[in-house]
Design a protein around this ligand. Structure first.
Ligand SMILES: Nc1ncnc2c1ncn2[C@@H]1O[C@H](COP(=O)(O)OP(=O)(O)O)[C@@H](O)[C@H]1O
Ligand SMILES: [Mg+2]
Length: 269
């Protein structure tokens, strides 16, 4: 099992959007995928009904430990499951528990591995401190959505410095990639940022595929759904996530899926 956390210095850069759409794409590609909502303000639980929104979840596990399985909600897609945020308020009001959180997180990931998930995407709150720091430090990989906008790009060096500092004190987390989001192909300023980021970073750090700015993402977030589920025919921006998922597979070493290889092979027969 591979754990990938999202991270960004500031909020509103597209972490949750990337997480939910990427998870859906990975599941469609056959990977048994779990999205863990660790952001008390996050929108992953939005599409859940009122009663399920009050369900126990990630923060209840951080607080009490126990069994992970009852906290996991299946979706209509058998390969995609969700662990809701749970009761973050009572956890965060007892800040002292943070020192036990790294061990709880290790226990959670151990249990998820035994439950046979291939890939766990942990959606975090903005900033690399508090619970988000613990999650990034405790995950094998970190995925960094980066808005293709002039002001937003200023925070990238700081984020990379923080991750370098984590590595210097023994954290093993590796960068799965920086993913440009909200790229406006009509706006010179946005294209310029994308060019600058590409010039500044080695290709090994940057996803080739960028996510365009598309108002449909807003619509999908309001419903708490992946983009490909808001229309009968998935819009073009939704299809990009298949490519992003394929790139991620290569970057983090998920091998081409057995079922897919088999399906392609049988087409040729
Ligand atoms: N590529 C995009 N194009 C247009 N709007 C986007 C895009 N990605 C995200 N958004 C919107 O921007 C807002 C913030 O995105 P979100 O994924 O919640 O960011 P974060 O999790 O980093 O706070 C949401 O309303 C979302 O619908
Ligand atoms: Mg979010």
């Amino acid at each position: 099992m591979i754990a990938v956390a999202t991270a960004s210095q500031k909020g509103g850069v597209g972490k949750t959007t990337v997480c939910i759409n990427l998870a859906h794409a990975l599941a469609r590609r056959g990977w048994n995928t779990l999205v863990v909502d660790t952001d008390p303000q996050g929108g992953i639980g939005l599409s859940l009904s009122r009663s399920t929104r009050k369900r126990r979840g990630f923060y209840d596990f951080l607080q009490n430990g126990g069994e992970a399985r009852p906290l996991i909600l299946p979706t209509r897609l058998p390969e995609l499951s969700i662990m809701p945020c749970g009761d973050s308020a009572s956890f965060l009001s007892q800040g002292a528990k943070l020192d036990r959180s790294p061990e709880r997180l290790r226990d959670l990931l151990r249990q998820l591995d035994l439950l046979r998930f291939d890939c766990v995407l942990l959606d975090t709150a903005a900033g690399l401190n508090g619970v988000s720091e613990i999650i990034v430090r405790g995950s094998e990989w970190v995925l960094i959505p980066q808005q293709a906008e002039p002001l937003a790009v200023r925070s990238l060096p700081l984020l990379l410095e923080t991750l370098a500092r984590f590595r210097a004190d023994g954290t093993r987390t590796r960068v799965a990639g920086i993913l440009l989001t909200m790229l406006s192909s009509q706006l010179d300023a946005s294209l310029k940022v994308a060019r600058e980021v590409r010039a500044m970073l080695p290709p090994s750090l940057l996803f080739q595929q960028a996510i365009p700015r598309d108002p449909l993402f807003l619509e999908a977030s309001a419903l708490g759904l992946p983009l490909s589920l808001i229309r009968k025919n998935p819009p073009p921006s939704a299809l990009l996530f298949d490519q992003i998922a394929a790139e991620l597979e290569e970057r983090i070493g998920l091998p081409a899926h057995k079922d897919q290889t088999h399906r392609h092979a049988s087409l040729l027969d």
